[in-house]
Design a protein around this ligand. Structure first.
Ligand SMILES: Nc1nc2c(ncn2[C@@H]2O[C@H](COP(=O)(O)OP(=O)(O)OP(=O)(O)O)[C@@H](O)[C@H]2O)c(=O)[nH]1
Ligand SMILES: [Mg+2]
Length: 415
């Protein structure tokens, strides 16, 4: 097994470091001991950083002075990164020196990662990685609250403006992954870990297809073309489907085209893209050798090309690459679209935030009936005091003798 590109993962905050860690944990193949990717993990919260097991191909960077976390404060997250920018820069430059491409990984919505992500972009761009890095971002779930949504959307606003000048953005929609995969008996932490491994495996698979399998037929999608896609500004959408070779009937395209179309529509990590925006697309198909002989005909490839053409009519190329792989009885179809706008779910998040803001506003405008009722209470004691005052006024003579007899008088002088 070979890889096309040597990736480095720069993880920021807990979500970002967890994903970067999962990617660095990938082994070259099931039987190999070799881990081909490297990761730099940066987090304010030291406990979270310590929890991630150490591998020789990862390095952790703490942010002294912010070790208890920054409590969802993005300004503080940005400051934590900037205070340590010099050390981070030196480490990034030496550690990622041999890398072909860097993914900045961040779970949008918290303080540390979200606060640091734009600074990390600045750093990589200015320190020798311009045009060789992209973003791997998670979108929060709908129910993560106002602060998280607000943090995430603030950063997405900036990223949207800079989008065309950056490399690929891989969006992991946590809501989608939860809706499709959360097993009710699983803890959220276990589920997050399996999501992170899913992301890692997918990126690794795409990176090995082009380098490990024997091309079948004339067209071959090579490492430089894959790198070009990763360098393309905008979102990168990935679809994957596994078909059983037996179920594919060449004479009846519905037996494979429906599943392929669904896999593009559903996406592996996020969905709801307008594919018409794509600036490039590619499909790679891997089948075992006997299936490859039967399946990879001109008619089959043409079916897929015409689907690509329907999805992205402005593109003049619809490359479909076919390979011979080692999974018997299995046909795996990977589809990739680059240069896209953000997925629909970003709009959903803005609507969710607007609704939360509206409710918060409504709450602040609400008449406080309890305060009003309390204000109406006229204390009997008060009345008694007033009466007493009136009485005392008539008896000023005794007043002086009663002065300083209150045993709780000291309370008045307490601050
Ligand atoms: N897919 C995935 N998403 C995660 C994971 N951990 C956190 N997230 C998401 O990332 C968002 C930000 O959370 P964290 O990464 O914990 O935040 P942080 O950057 O550490 O920031 P602070 O804790 O506020 O300093 C969360 O709201 C989740 O949506 C993870 O392991 N996998
Ligand atoms: Mg944290």
């Amino acid at each position: 097994m070979n890889i096309s590109l040597k990736y480095g993962f720069l993880g920021l905050g807990m979500g970002g470091t967890s994903i970067a860690h999962a990617c660095a944990g990938m082994r070259l193949s099931a039987k190999s001991e070799q881990r081909p990717y490297t990761a730099l993990l940066i987090n304010s919260n030291e406990m979270d950083l310590l929890k991630l097991p150490d591998y020789p191909n990862i390095k952790k960077i703490k942010l002294p002075g912010f070790e208890r976390g920054v409590g969802r404060d993005i300004q503080l997250g940005q400051e934590a990164f900037n205070v340590h920018k010099e050390t981070i820069t030196e480490t990034v430059q030496s550690y990622f020196n041999d890398r072909d491409y860097i993914f900045i990984c961040c779970g949008l919505g918290g303080g540390t990662g979200t606060g640091a992500v734009i600074e990390a972009v600045r750093l990589l761009h200015g320190k020798g990685f311009a045009g060789r890095f992209g973003l791997l971002l998670t979108l929060p779930r709908r129910d993560e609250g106002r602060k998280v949504l607000d943090n995430a959307l603030q950063r997405l606003q900036v990223i949207k403006r800079a989008m065309q000048g950056l490399g690929a953005i891989v969006v992991v929609d946590n809501e989608k992954l939860f809706q499709t995969g959360l097993n009710k008996n699983q803890s959220v932490e276990d589920y997050m870990n399996s999501c992170n491994r899913h992301v890692a495996r997918l990126l690794h698979d795409l990176n090995t297809v082009t380098a490990s399998y024997k091309p079948y037929g004339s067209y071959h999608f090579d490492a430089s073309e894959w790198l070009n896609m990763l360098k393309t500004g905008g979102c990168l959408h990935i679809g994957k489907c596994i078909l059983s070779a037996q179920s594919v009937d060449l004479a009846s395209p519905v037996t494979y085209m429906e599943a392929i179309k669904q896999s593009v529509l559903n996406g592996e990590l996020s969905a709801g893209y307008d594919l018409q925006d794509a600036t490039s697309s590619a499909v790679s198909i891997v089948a075992d050798s006997s299936t490859a002989k039967r399946l990879f005909t001109h008619a089959f490839v043409e079916q897929i090309q015409s689907f690509l053409h329907e999805s992205t009519p402005i593109l003049d190329e619809n490359p479909v690459a076919t390979y011979v792989g080692d999974q018997p009885g299995q046909v795996t179809v990977y589809s990739v679209f680059a240069g896209l706008n953000f997925p629909d779910s970003v709009k959903t998040l803005t609507e969710e935030l607007a609704e939360l803001e509206r409710r918060a506003e409504e709450r602040s405008q609400k008449t406080d009936t309890i305060a009003e009722a309390l204000a109406r209470v006229k204390s009997r004691e008060k009345k008694a005091a007033v009466d007493l005052e009136a009485l005392l006024e008539e008896e000023t003579a005794t007043k002086t003798t009663q002065e300083n007899t209150d045993p709780f008088d000291f309370l008045n002088s307490l601050k």
